[in-house]
Write a protein that binds this ligand. Structure first.
Ligand code: PLP
Length: 392
């Protein structure tokens, strides 16, 4: 009889067969998979046959999430990653090499700028920041080295919206690839691939997960483009854990419902904050005062405008900081897209990489707070946030 250690390992590794399939995708907590011979493993590592070899290459829980995301974004393929940043990194490096340049919006997630300025710059990949709400400015910024146009459906944090269809046409005519970060809209509100984007990226940490309990990301698009990103991800080790993939799958099931409530709560709160004492301006795509309100109505599904808003307070940085200290229902924490309302101060958190001049150019003032409206009762949110904005 084998020794105790051998029996313990074998007994604890027996995978139950399941004649009745589970309702939920299991968490495949396995770094590696049993193969019958060396040829099979070699083929699996080359993706020359279906199946899994090693979880940095692929994993059944991630594969289920990838299939779901591809379906919801209207794509052939998707790639699940360790974070939104891992997705952005792999997407860029699947398209650009040393000597190439990308265009990124002035108002964009600070991490994307940070990546461009540090890791990508050191690898010889250049970037230009442009006001992407102005197609003429995008055209003027295209150089002989430009290969990629980076966009966000709804920008972080100003909620500026770009016309993806119009810009994709301009960019494609000049041979550029268009990648859209669809994190703020989520696939429930917009499908940028339908508008002409070549790839979509997500931070699944946000609306897709929806509960502030995971870090994850995804790249979605055609099989060829996603395979190119997969090649980068495997070699750079940017894969996530199957536990996070499971929670992202769970989040997807309620995404549509949550986005409806995020959107209706946000419209109620934005309307109450607009013109409230202490509030200089509210930027929310669902408000008629938003510069791209008509575009939002055209491209975001069912009249929804999501849960993100930027609130400009009278009194500058001091007023912004006071707002964050005063909230009682909302939570002062970075991140967004969750069931609880989250408030943050971009100038000192997500966009701290930018100088005052760059902040101003991106439409970000020191007194601007970012509000990610959650699923609480709208009346409680109005009372909390209007109260926090009131001048002392
Ligand atoms: C629009 C957007 N894209 C990407 C990211 C990066 O995602 P992660 O934090 O999951 O790496 C964020 C994070 O805040 C974001 O807001």
């Amino acid at each position: 009889m084998p020794g105790f250690s051998t029996r313990a390992i074998q007994a604890a590794s027996r995978v139950p067969s399941a004649p009745q399939p589970p309702v939920n995708v299991p968490i495949y907590a396995s770094s590696t998979f049993v193969v019958s011979d060396a040829a099979e493993l070699a083929e699996l590592l080359e993706f020359a046959r279906p199946g899994h070899s090693y979880s940095r290459y692929s994993n059944p829980t991630h594969q289920a999430l990838e299939a779901a995301l591809a379906e919801l974004e209207g794509a052939d393929a998707a790639l699940s990653t360790a974070s939104g940043m891992a997705a952005i990194h792999a997407a860029v490096l699947s398209i650009l090499a040393s000597g190439d340049e990308m265009i990124i919006p002035r108002a964009v997630y600070g991490g994307t700028i940070g990546l461009a300025r540090t890791v990508l710059a050191r690898s010889g990949i250049g970037h230009r920041t442009v006001d992407t709400t102005d197609p003429g400015a995008v055209v003027n910024a295209i150089s002989r080295q430009t290969r990629l146009l980076w966009l966000e459906t709804i920008s972080n944090p100003t909620t500026a919206m770009t016309d993806v269809a119009a810009l994709a046409e301009v960019a494609h005519a000049r041979g550029l690839t268009v990648v859209v970060d669809n994190t703020f809209a989520s696939p429930a509100l917009a499908n940028p691939l339908e508008m002409g984007a070549d790839l979509v990226v997500h931070s699944t940490t946000k609306y897709i997960g929806g509960h502030s309990d995971i870090i994850g990301g995804a790249i979605v698009g055609s099989t060829d483009r996603v395979d190119a990103a997969r090649h980068v991800l495997i070699n750079a080790g940017g894969n996530g854990s199957p536990w996070e993939a499971f929670l992202a799958l769970r989040g997807l099931k309620t995404l549509a419902l949550r986005m409806e409530r995020h959107s209706s709560n946000a419209l109620t709160v934005a309307s109450a904050l607009e013109g409230a004492p202490g509030v200089a301006a509210v930027r929310y795509p669902g408000l008629a005062s938003h510069p791209q309100h008509e575009l939002a109505r055209r491209v975001l599904r069912n009249g929804m405008a999501g849960g993100m808003m930027a609130v400009e307070l009278e009194g500058g940085r001091g007023a912004g900081e006071r707002f964050l200290e005063r909230v009682r229902v909302a939570v002062h924490a970075t991140s967004l897209g969750s069931v609880e309302t989250l408030v943050s101060h971009p100038a000192s958190s997500s966009h701290r990489q930018l100088s005052d001049v760059e902040l101003a150019a991106a439409g970000l003032s020191p007194g601007m707070v970012r509000v990610s409206i959650g699923l609480e009762d709208a009346d409680d949110l109005v009372e909390d946030l209007v109260g926090a904005a009131r001048p002392s």
